[in-house]
Design a protein. Structure first.
Length: 383
């Protein structure tokens, strides 16, 4: 009997220990983040940022920092040997003509795009219109240019998107109507460049991982392609290669200042609702947690440069950033910090008037009032 009681007590003890272990299970990850996140963040000192290293000459710093950026962006796609552009369809609109075109963007990808050419005699200043993310992959370029020759479902999709984020006005068409040649194409994963199985955030994560296994960075690939698109637009006889700009909202805003940082062709850029610090982007307090940030993840770059430092590579060219005070994606305190960082760089080069920054009473959007600010900015710097 005594032996039986001892056995029962021992068994109960084992169950108690097992239950305790289950309730106090060790872990090092929470909310998809490492518990040592804060320690990791202290290691971000951004040694390649302007003013954080011993390089005193701005042009020398810019060359070194841009070189480090491109190095960390991994291998770019090879350029196409020839664009071989063809016009698939055309539609006359009020003050301009919309062309559906197809051309070789890289050695690997022949893409479709919208090319809008104003009425009258060129060459015209040109704008790369960069579409947003929105976790909405069925359309890309159609977020920036009103589509034609498409299924009714695509037209309804794009109109609804324009109503939701752009106050019903297509940015590309608005700029073309006011004298700008506009080009918009799909980024890889969006629109006519999506996944056969259907594009969504889960596929985006898988594609990004597979690209890394191929020695490529999906976010970098997008930015390299944007720079090739700018080269294509600048090559057209209808455009003035000395007057090329770019614009976008959200991920398109990120793409805009990234393109301005990478390409010397971009003389003026507008980024709406995308500027922040890495610190605010990856933080317990604000719940932003990038979940991989596959559309803006530049990997090892962040050991050298933060987002605003990368954007300053566009200096001394003209840049305007607009963010919303009630934008839930980008906290105002981080936006202000970025603005301060960037103004110091433009001011140090004697080009302070070339950088405009605004924090407006709005959310994550690009209403008509902001599009008018964009037009005025381009008129000032490209016309």
């Amino acid at each position: 009997m005594i032996r039986k009681i001892v056995g029962l007590v021992a068994a109960a003890g084992i169950l108690s220990v097992a239950a305790s272990a289950q309730n106090n299970k060790a872990y090092e990850l929470q909310r998809d983040m490492p518990l040592f996140l804060d320690s990791l963040k202290t290691e971000f000192t951004y040694p390649m940022a302007w003013g954080n290293n011993g390089i005193k000459d701005f042009d020398e710093w810019k060359s070194a920092a841009k070189g480090k950026l491109i190095e960390e962006m991994l291998l770019p796609p090879p350029r196409a040997n020839a664009y071989d552009m063809v016009i698939l369809e055309s539609e006359k609109r009020d003050g301009y003509t919309a062309h559906k075109i197809e051309f070789n963007l890289t050695k690997y990808s022949r893409v479709k795009g919208y090319l809008l050419i104003p009425d009258g005699d060129g060459p015209f200043p040109g704008i790369i219109a960069l579409h947003d993310h929105g976790a909405h992959f069925t359309i890309g370029k159609e977020k920036m240019v009103k589509p034609f020759g498409v299924d009714q479902a695509v037209l309804e999709d794009s109109d609804a998107w324009a109503d939701n984020l752009y106050e019903g006005q297509y940015v590309g068409d608005y700029l073309a109507q006011n004298g700008y040649a506009v080009l918009s194409t799909d980024a890889l994963m969006w629109g006519e460049r999506g996944c056969k199985e259907g594009s969504d955030n889960t596929h985006l994560a898988s594609v990004a991982g597979n690209m890394l296994l191929l020695g490529r960075n999906l976010s970098s690939w997008m930015s390299f392609e944007d720079s090739y698109a700018a080269e294509f637009l600048a090559s057209l006889p209808e455009t003035d290669s000395d007057r090329i700009g770019c614009v976008g909202l959200s991920m398109g805003g990120y793409r805009s200042w990234m393109l301005a940082a990478l390409s010397p062709l971009i003389k003026a850029s507008v980024a709406v609702c995308w500027m922040t610090t890495q610190d605010a982007m990856m933080d317990w307090k604000y719940g932003r947690h990038e979940r991989g940030g596959f559309a803006n993840n530049l990997g090892g770059v962040f050991a050298q440069l933060d987002y605003p430092h990368i954007a300053t590579l566009a200096c001394p060219n003209a840049m305007m950033l607009i963010n919303g005070e009630t934008d839930k994606l980008f906290k105002p305190h981080a936006v202000r910090e970025c603005y301060e960082t960037m103004h110091k760089v433009w001011d140090s080069c004697g080009e302070g008037d070339k950088l405009e920054t605004h924090l407006l009473p709005m959310g994550h959007e690009m209403p008509k009032s902001v599009q008018k600010m964009t037009l005025d900015f381009f008129d000032k710097n490209l016309k």
